[in-house]
Ligand binder design. Sequence first.
Ligand code: NAP
Length: 331
Amino acid sequence: MEESSANAQHEPRESGITRRIFLGTTLGGGAAILAGGSSVIFSTASNAATNAGADSMFKLGGDLSVNRLGFGAMRITGEGIWGWPPDRDEARKVLRRAVELGVNLIDTADAYGPETSELLIAEALHPYPKGLVIATKGGFTRPGPGQWVANGRPEYLTQCVEKSLKRLRLERIDLYQLHRVDPNVPMEESLGAIKKMQEAGKIRHVGLSELGPEEIARARKVLPIVSVQNQYNVSYRKWDNALAYCEKEGLGFMPWSPVGGGRSLKSGALETAAKNHGASVYQLAIAWLLARSPVMLPIPGTSSVAHLEENVAAGKLQLTPAELEALNGAG
Ligand SMILES: NC(=O)c1ccc[n+]([C@@H]2O[C@H](COP(=O)([O-])OP(=O)(O)OC[C@H]3O[C@@H](n4cnc5c(N)ncnc54)[C@H](OP(=O)(O)O)[C@@H]3O)[C@@H](O)[C@H]2O)c1
């Protein structure tokens, strides 16, 4: 799944990786997580530089405390990110289980389904538990399965915010992200509409998606920005510059496609590290992201409870300095 250009065609693919090696602690860890709350997932260790879970909390906008390992709710829709998922009950279970496991940052968008991802979140989780941050987005229209067309016109975005509020049954959206800058609309105009909604109390914080440092700085002249959501994973490093900018400025960086977006993450270093830990490459990909930067907020997506549990358990993995170095060089 890519939304890398404003008018991209998309087709999620099956991953070529079929290996299913769970952390030895996955099931026990799940029980411990349930018993001990989110702090158990992100146990600290003496070597903070290599512990994926260290410094596991991040304050979005300085006031919203989130566990750095979040959940992406794009995959709980139908094929081509279109319509309802084949197993709607499983989708609701995935959402509830994520929260049970201590995840308190859920990323979605009006374009996922469209609408169905936001509707399922409300169905499964409303009334929302205290501290749950739902981050949604607007700015993409969906002419059909796998098709995404940017629309950043101010009047359209205003209407998007109102509709997301209704679907999510919220009075205020904690994090509203401009899904794409529309090439036909100056970003200042799009963000101006979002700023008005923020001033009206309908949005708490604002984030961006798929932009580099210069554009992020330009957006910040219009309104405060707390996060940036760009494609990033162990094999895809185009946005290292945006990550560095976010680190310097204290913005959250939410990598999308953190486990490859349904494509195989081909890396010898990843395979080797996975073997060393008796874990899956998905888990290592997540552990590397968490270790890569304290502002990194991965949002791996899945339609399956088993994959969700596997992914959340990755927060406990501790990489050795040698593994970290090998994975840093694997991009
Ligand atoms: N801002 C943007 O433009 C943008 C673009 C794309 C996505 N996003 C956001 O980022 C989130 C993540 O992106 P993504 O879904 O494209 O990429 P991803 O999280 O890297 O990959 C999801 C895919 O990997 C599979 N998967 C996940 N965990 C697995 C595991 N443990 N074992 C085997 N397969 C596993 C899923 O299949 P199963 O369902 O079978 O587990 C799904 O096909 C989305 O949910 C969305 O919130 C944002």
